[in-house]
Design a protein around this ligand. Sequence first.
Ligand code: ZN
Length: 163
Amino acid sequence: MSEFRTDNIKWDQYFMGIAMLSAMRSKDPSTQVGACIVNENKKIVGIGYNGFPSGISDNDLPWGKSENPLESKYLYVCHSEMNAILNSTQNLKNCTLYVTLFPCNECAKIVIQSGIKKVIYASDKHSDTDAVKASKKMFELAKIDYLPYEKLSDFNKEITLTV
Ligand code: ZN
């Protein structure tokens, strides 16, 4: 029997890697976020990144931040989790969401309603915001597990791609 490679990327690296690659599609100048949803058979059933709603040109709405909410991106951008869920190819009951940034409260609600049962996140840099505190409260009440990617045994592999 021939020997097989053991330095291949592991499942968690594969799925978070796809979330990170998806984030690179984002046009947002300050925050690029990617998401990858995986079912119980380790099949990818949805991917997404943050961007304006379908059919709206990236020139038609502001990408920056302003004191006028209508001149800021926040009211317009669809987050990666929302896009991954809406792009999904199957019912998401008991699926796992890999996401590069901890979900905001609006995405947390969509995650819960979709049936996703577990969230693995790479960054929690907005943990002190009310939005993320509300997300965690709702995840706990709805019994959605969430854990940092760095807690997984294989997380620190550096990969170089030429695309
Ligand atoms: Zn969100």
